[in-house]
Design a binder for this molecule. Structure first.
Ligand code: DGY
Length: 323
């Protein structure tokens, strides 16, 4: 029997590409350049499975090829807001994602951003590299203490819980959260996480607010001007979820007016573009969507896409089917 014909839209870590080669008749993207619309359409027309990443917009137009050969979309990423799932279903395509394998890496990065923003690490590094440092002094570049403070989580799924664990076990933080679908009470005990009935109650109490909710239409601009006003004026926002959960213009105003103290951002509403005002703000730490970017995790993500595809082509239900 001939091997399924699959295409990946970007480079993958070596080990994952080697496994793709072993199992499939694979089209790799050796130049690592994003596919344009026409190339994406051809991908769906000429392959049994398309393995996009979170930056490929897989909408009805991308899947409009006639006849359509593709039957599977194996997203390299846990978030799948890049895929029009309804359109995929309408075209008979199965969609999978890569949960679990990136939980720890993403929570590690959320904590990195929290610490960097609180302790002014980005600003301090620029200060040293720019040769502006004139020496230690008691009032130099004072940040805000992290240990013992209150962390407010918006969303307590896998990554939110991993963040809660780091904060409570590692930094003695009190953890409060809002989630419309909270985990069972046993899962909360170990974390000592306290539930709040609304986002506003979390914002009113938290010294740090970290976003761990999906990019659904309901969560679009969830952090807006009113919600920034509801935060403490010395609080810090951390976003490793998705850019469009935050109204970036409102964030800029809140930071400029001192309504909040800082922000640590790994994701942006119009990636790779970053709202220019943010680039000029010292109290903002900016990272280029690195949440899952460890060698181990990115390899595991690729292998998880492959595991789902193997199941699919063997006629079984892929474990990470989302549509
Ligand atoms: C995901 O998987 O959704 C991440 O944003 C990629 O790191």
């Amino acid at each position: 029997m001939s091997k399924p014909k699959v295409i990946v839209t970007r480079r993958w870590p070596q080990e994952a590409e080697a496994r793709l080669r072993a199992l499939f008749d694979v089209t790799l993207n050796v130049d690592d350049r994003p596919l344009d619309r026409a190339a994406l359409q051809r991908a769906f027309r000429d392959h049994d499975a398309v393995f996009p990443t979170v930056t490929d917009r897989i909408d009805a137009e991308a899947m409009s090829a006639e006849p359509l050969r593709a039957r599977l979309i194996g997203n390299f990423g846990v978030g799948f807001n890049n895929i029009d799932v309804a359109a995929a279903k309408a075209r008979g395509l199965v969609v999978t994602n890569t949960p679990e394998v990136l939980t720890d890496a993403t929570a590690d990065l959320a904590m990195t951003l929290l610490l960097m923003t609180a302790r002014r690490a980005g600003e301090g590094e620029r200060h040293v590299r720019n040769k502006e440092w004139s020496g230690w002094r008691p009032t130099h570049m004072m940040g805000t203490q992290v240990t013992g403070k209150t962390l407010g989580l918006i969303g307590l799924g896998r990554i939110g819980r991993a963040m809660a664990k780091r904060a409570s076990h590692g930094f003695d933080m009190r953890v409060i959260f809002f989630d419309p679908f909270p985990p069972p009470a046993e899962a909360l005990q170990d974390l000592g996480a306290e539930r709040r009935e609304s986002i506003e109650s979390v914002l009113a109490e938290a010294d740090f607010v970290s976003l761990h909710c999906p990019a659904t239409p309901e969560n679009f601009n969830l952090m807006n001007a009113a919600r920034f006003a509801a935060m403490k004026d010395d609080a810090i926002l951390v976003n490793t979820a998705r850019g469009d959960v935050v109204d970036e213009a409102a964030l800029v105003r809140a930071l400029a007016d001192g309504r909040i103290a800082g922000a640590g951002l790994d994701v942006f509403a119009r990636e790779p573009a970053v709202t220019p005002e943010l680039l000029a703000m010292e109290n903002v730490v900016l990272l280029p969507h690195l949440g899952s970017a460890t060698r181990e995790t990115r390899t595991a993500m690729g292998l998880r896409v492959i595991e789902n595809a193997e199941a699919f082509f063997a006629g079984k239900e892929p474990r990470d089917r989302v549509a």
